[in-house]
Design a protein around this ligand. Sequence first.
Ligand SMILES: Nc1ncnc2c1ncn2[C@@H]1O[C@H](COP(=O)(O)OP(=O)(O)OP(=O)(O)O)[C@@H](O)[C@H]1O
Ligand SMILES: [Mg+2]
Length: 235
Amino acid sequence: MERVSTGIKELDGKIEEGYPRNRTTLLSGTTGSGKTILGLHFIYNGCSDGKKCAMIATEETPEDLLSQAESIGLPLSKYYKNGVLAIERVYDERAEYIKDVLAFDITNIDELQSNIIGLLDRIPKDTEIVLIDNIGVFTLNMSTNEFRAQFDALIHGLAKKNVTSVIILDSASDERTGGIAAYSVYGVIKTLIKENPYTGSKERLIEILKMRNTKTQLDPIRFEVTSNGIVLLKK
Ligand SMILES: Nc1ncnc2c1ncn2[C@@H]1O[C@H](COP(=O)(O)OP(=O)(O)OP(=O)(O)O)[C@@H](O)[C@H]1O
Ligand SMILES: [Mg+2]
């Protein structure tokens, strides 16, 4: 099976050299655990390989994401400027839309907040690499059933477009939707912050919960976020 680098060499080594090509990997995790940064490594690597990349930003502005990337040593802005990277401003649109809805018709709020399938139309033609950060915003008022149906349709649509994708889902939304997203995707990676019972200090962990067709380890991998981005720690 072909692979696409995660953008972190040591992490690639844990999953047979990268995310499975033309498949979707789910990236779940608690707040501040490093989901976006893990996603930015993937996007930066895709751009620097000359692949057409797209980010669907539902929780942050493109400016904030680019600035976050620069702060961890990933000069992503140049790819946004030269068009290799598209960033879909879903966050800005949600905010504008809500203002209008509140002004005119409050009953319409759900429509925009629940349109997961519509994200497929936001991906520019010939895109090879996609990051959706964070799909959880669409699940707030959705039944598990509806989420499963729309999420499956999204995964199916991404595969048809020959896209290698990482979809971020915050842990709270993942729990709310009964953890079912994990079943639809090819791989599941989790980031978390946990107290080390021996030292008493908090540490960041990556867990590879599943990766079909791939030899993986079940032990959590400790990591740090540095000015050079994510660095895996030994043991
Ligand atoms: N330049 C940096 N140097 C060191 N650590 C950083 C740097 N930038 C961010 N961090 C750390 O990374 C954390 C945020 O990581 P990230 O935004 O990827 O988390 P997240 O899981 O996406 O959070 P959210 O719930 O906000 O989406 C920050 O809280 C901070 O601890
Ligand atoms: Mg984030």
